[in-house]
Structures are given as C-alpha cells and as structure tokens.
Design a protein around this ligand. Structure first.
Ligand SMILES: C[S@@+](CC[C@H](N)C(=O)[O-])C[C@H]1O[C@@H](n2cnc3c(N)ncnc32)[C@H](O)[C@@H]1O
Length: 371
C-alpha cells in the first residue's frame, strides 16, 4: 500500500478533509500572491483594512480588532506608516494614546485591494454554475454548523486577509431568535395570495425580498421568471430557501445574509420590492422604509404586508410600536404613488371571535416627468 493510501484503500487525495484543506491552501496562496503584488503581507493588509474601517482607532483597540497582541499590531502599523499608508496622531489631551488613520495613499491602496478581492469573487463565481454554487454553499453551511463554526461571524481570520465569496453583512440577536424559530416550528411554504394577485400581471424583472425568511414569496417570484434577491438575517431561513431553490432547479433567488437595520439595498435596481411581515423596532423603521422605497426602479412596485395594530395580542410581536397602521405606511412611503392600502381581516382556525387584521400596501414609483 502506498504511503498515500489509507487502511480503507482510498488515496488521501480523495479524502474530503484533505481536499477542502487543499482548496483552502490554494486560495490562501493565490491571495498572498495578489497581496505581494501590491507589496503587502497578509497581516499588513488586515491591519490596513482595520484602520480604514475604524478611522481614529487607538493601537490597543486595533490589536483587539485584529485578535493579536499590541506589539505585533505596532510592528505592522509602523511598517505601514513608514510607507506613508497610515498616519498616526494623538487623542486630544492624551499624548500617550496613539490614534491611527489611513492616508490618501493608504485609502487608494485599500480600494485596489478591495477591487482585487471582488475580482477573485467574480472569478470563483464563474467557476461554478449558480445551482452548483448554491449546493456548495449549503454543504459548507452544514459543515460549519456541524463543526460549530459561526459562518456569519467568520468572514475574516485574525491577521489573515482571506478571500471570501459569501455575501455577508453583520447579523443580530433577531437572527438567533428566527433561526431557532424556523428550526423548531418551520414556516409556511405558500406565497402571500395578495402578492400573487398583484405580481401575476407584471412582466417579470428584478425583485428583492427584504426579510425573505424561508423564502415562500421569493421562491414563488423566481418560479415565475423573476430574478430575485432574498435578504434575511437568519441562516436557517436562507438555507431552507436555497435548498428549495435547488430542488426546483431555480437559478435565483440569490441570497444575502444581513441585518436589515444596516443593509442598504442598491438604489433604483428592482422592479419589485417585497417587505412581508417585517416588524422592526420603530427606530429602525425609517431607514428600512427609505432603503426599500429607494430600491424601487421608476415605474416599479413596492409590496408591503404586515400585522395591523389592531392585531395586537392576536398575531405578531407584542410591542405595539412594531405593528403597522395605514398612517404609518402612508407617511413612510410618501414618495410613492399608493395603489392599494387596505385592512385585511383573516380568521385563524382557533382564533375565536376576533379576526387578525393585516394591512396591505401596494405602491408604484413615479417615472420621471418629462420637462
Ligand atoms: C415573520 S418572518 C417573515 C418572513 C417572510 N417575509 C415571510 O413573509 O414569509 C420575519 C423575517 O424577518 C427577518 N428579520 C427580522 N428582523 C430582521 C433584521 N433586523 N435583519 C434581518 N432579518 C430580519 C427574520 O429573520 C425572519 O426571517
């Protein structure tokens, strides 16, 4: 038996762990070469990134961000400063506290670095057809969960610039709550009948489902020819969506894991924006609504459905401020032309005498008026 063969007879090269680690080593090596081309070592690139993302941070805070010791962080910073990529100053009234900022040259190098990173992501994406890529992402998510690796918080290793092809934005406690809920109780598969009624007559185009959950609406749209992006904070919800998309052999939805409180959808990029049953805290609502309205293309549509304040205690969150009224929606989307704004009463099977009240909002973004 050759030294490369194990007791089972399978060569080591066919071992899953070996292959994953070989891919990871190859990606790291290629990325190190890219960095070397920019005259940066991986720790320097990580340091520059942290300083650009946290301008004015102190050395100790930087070391914490990089999960390294202050001396190693200082060595990197000194090197970057000697090259004119970083400038240090001092906190007002505290000469001992060294604060750090990227210089113009540092910012320009960082922009190049990011462009290289995006090009690598595009290259990796081109190596796989969309459904193969979804299958790979699902398999990786299973492995990460099984190995207790928090995928959403594992974008970058300390002091090590590693390429990533995840679309990750930071997620929150709400995500943990929804992960648990989806895993425990599951979620409906049928799309909203109101969305089906309103979207069916439209020519399919680009759609985004903000807070798509397990994707019942996003999947219906994708099945009907829309190119859909689903955004949610719950990895469990998005996994289910991608599994279903794979089973249906759909090229979309594309999924983005993100906290809606921080996520800004691309402006004027969608023919349809969906916000279904998203009851965020009142302080998060203005930005969410502005982002949703901003994402609609001129002539495109916004669909919102959610629990009405009159459903308090019967459905939805117990905080009345998270529920909708007609006035909240009217005021929140005053730049759109409202086509429908109505209360919908639904009888729950075991809901007694009281119907649950939802509110439906359907609006269009005006096209530019010719001068
Ligand atoms: C009631 S479910 C609705 C799911 C889907 N829109 C539907 O109607 O089937 C609420 C969804 O919003 C997501 N969500 C709530 N707050 C969020 C936040 N701040 N960031 C990202 N997702 C959030 C949850 O993860 C969950 O998937």
């Amino acid at each position: 038996m050759s030294s490369r063969e194990r007791a089972s007879g399978a060569p080591l090269e066919q071992d899953l762990g070996f292959r994953l680690s070989r891919i990871s080593r190859t990606l790291r090596r290629q990325w190190r070469d890219e960095l070397a081309d920019l005259d940066l070592a991986p720790p320097e690139a990580a340091t520059l990134r942290a300083i650009v993302e946290h301008p004015g941070c102190a050395l100790r805070a930087l070391a914490r961000l990089l999960a390294t010791d202050p001396m190693s962080a200082k060595r990197c910073v000194d090197g970057l400063e000697r090259r004119g990529l970083v400038a240090s100053g001092h906190r007002a009234g505290d000469r001992r506290s060294r604060t750090l900022r990227a210089s113009d040259a540092g910012l320009a190098l960082f922009a190049t670095l990011n462009e290289r990173l995006r090009e690598r992501e595009r290259h990796l994406a081109r190596l796989l057809a969309p459904n193969r890529r979804s299958a790979l992402e699902l398999a990786l998510a299973d492995l990460e969960r099984g190995l207790d690796i928090e995928a959403a918080n594992n974008e970058r290793e300390p002091m090590n610039e590693s390429p990533t092809n995840h679309q990750h934005h930071s997620t929150t406690d709400a995500a943990a709550m929804w992960n648990e809920r989806f895993a425990r109780d599951g979620w409906a598969k049928e799309p909203d009948e109101e969305l089906v009624e309103l979207a069916s007559p439209l020519a399919p185009g680009d759609a985004i489902d903000l807070g798509c959950g397990t994707g019942r609406n996003a999947l219906w749209l994708a099945r009907h020819g829309w190119r859909v992006t689903g955004v949610d904070g719950s990895i469990v919800g998005l996994d289910e969506l991608r599994r279903d998309a794979l089973a249906l052999e759909l090229a979309s939805p594309t999924t983005i894991i993100a906290d809606l409180a921080a996520y800004e959808p691309p402006r004027e990029s969608f023919d349809l924006v969906v916000l279904a049953n998203i009851h965020v805290a009142p302080e998060q609502r203005p930005a969410l609504f502005a982002g949703a309205a901003g994402a609609v293309r001129p002539g495109g549509h916004l669909y919102v459905i959610g629990h009405h304040l009159d459903a308090l205690g019967l459905a939805g969150p117990p905080d009345p401020q998270r529920l909708y009224t007609e006035a909240v929606l009217e005021a929140g989307f005053s730049n759109l032309t409202i086509e429908r704004l109505e209360r919908l009463e639904r009888r729950l099977e075991d809901g007694g005498d009281h119907p649950v009240v939802d509110v439906l909002f359907w609006a269009t973004k005006p096209t530019a008026v010719a001068a």
